[in-house]
Design a protein around this ligand. Structure first.
Ligand code: ATP
Length: 328
């Protein structure tokens, strides 16, 4: 493949925000400056590309953002970018600034957009896995996932205090879209009584039996973690079904929701975002286009975007077994 000379790189964050996006932007911009490249911020993801909300960045833009949650470039979902006409507008705007490469930080949808845009307009693009859901292949963990798990665990610890004091049965719903990664990690890390994830169907009767058995063993707190995309319904629905069989419990539901997206990134997310931001710039300069950077077994790797977005990353069977053993 021909390696293009890259002089101006545009950076954007797209889709759901995740802690560590700011750290990734900062690392990419600093690396760009290091290699004498002009760096541009594209605001509100693909929306800003279409509306020409694009600004040349200097070091002032990226001061003290490493430690902040969210994304100073803002994020958005853009229906117009899904159309050929929308992408043409975006391309014309990039051209008007002379931007010749893109770094896209986002989830599988955002990376799909980058892939299509590269195919259509030939602008070299590299993706960074920015999502709390951890549902991208080509990286062990995505930027924001570790922080989201920490936030969930901290919240569940607090819920446990009241659960134990009142002998309550709690159903806590965590985020993750169709993936159970946050649920399984937060569940193991907070000693959950049971973990319900989309990848594994658990019959209500089995859950009831499990909770009855725990009661017999005089377990004083029972917290069930429910992934939002679960096949048996959300936490409220499951709680309703279970309550009928366990009337002696005061049953409560807590939906952690967007709390899990916010907050300062953990040390792991800062490190991951910083490494991937630098490697994204170096990847573009080395002619690695239409790929996503990630870390697998502690090594930075580049995976074709088409491969990274394939929905085949599964919760580890060992993790599921470990969770089961520890909650008996
Ligand atoms: P998260 O996992 O946090 O939801 P995401 O990146 O998967 O993040 P999406 O809403 O799926 O979030 O995608 C973000 C944006 O990427 C969309 O609003 C759209 O602009 C663009 N996009 C997604 N899919 C496509 C597609 N098939 N073609 C063109 N653009 C797309």
């Amino acid at each position: 493949m021909e390696i293009k000379t890259i002089k101006k790189i545009g950076v954007l964050t797209s889709g759901g925000d995740s802690p560590g996006m700011n750290a990734a932007i900062r690392a990419a911009v600093r690396a760009g400056f290091y290699y004498d490249i002009e760096m541009f911020g594209i605001y509100r993801g693909y929306e800003g590309m279409i509306s020409n909300d694009i600004e040349k960045l200097d070091s002032g833009h990226i001061g003290h953002i490493l430690e902040r949650g969210g994304t100073f470039l803002k994020s958005a979902r853009s229906d117009e970018f899904r159309t050929k006409e929308g992408r043409q507008k975006a391309f014309d705007n990039l051209k008007s600034h002379g931007i010749d490469a893109l770094i896209v930080i986002g989830g599988d949808g955002s990376l799909t957009g980058a892939h299509l845009f590269y195919k259509e307009h030939g602008i070299p693009a590299i993706g960074l896995p920015g999502t709390i859901d951890n549902d991208l292949s080509g990286t062990d963990l995505t930027i924001g996932f570790d922080t989201a798990c920490n936030t969930a665990i901290e919240a569940i610890d607090k819920i446990r205090d009241t659960a134990t004091s009142h002998d309550r049965l709690f159903f806590v719903e965590v985020m993750g879209r169709d993936a159970g990664f946050i649920a399984i990690n937060a569940g193991i890390g907070s000693a959950a009584a049971a973990i319900l994830i989309p990848e594994k169907k658990m019959q209500i009767e089995d859950l009831v039996e499990k909770l009855k058995a725990r009661r017999k063993r005089k377990k004083t707190s029972n917290i069930v973690i429910v992934a939002e995309g679960g096949k048996s319904g959300g936490a409220a629905e499951i709680a309703r079904k279970v309550q009928k069989f366990l009337p002696y419990y005061d049953t409560k539901v807590t939906i952690l929701g967007h709390l899990q997206r916010g907050g300062a990134p953990s040390s792991y997310d800062r490190l991951l975002a910083s490494k991937l931001g630098v490697m994204a710039v170096e990847g573009l300069l080395a002619g690695k286009y239409d790929v996503m950077t990630g870390i697998i077994n502690n090594k930075v790797v580049y995976t074709p975007i088409k491969r990274a977005i394939v929905d085949d990353k599964a919760v580890d069977e060992d993790d599921f077994r470990i969770a089961k053993i520890l909650s008996t």
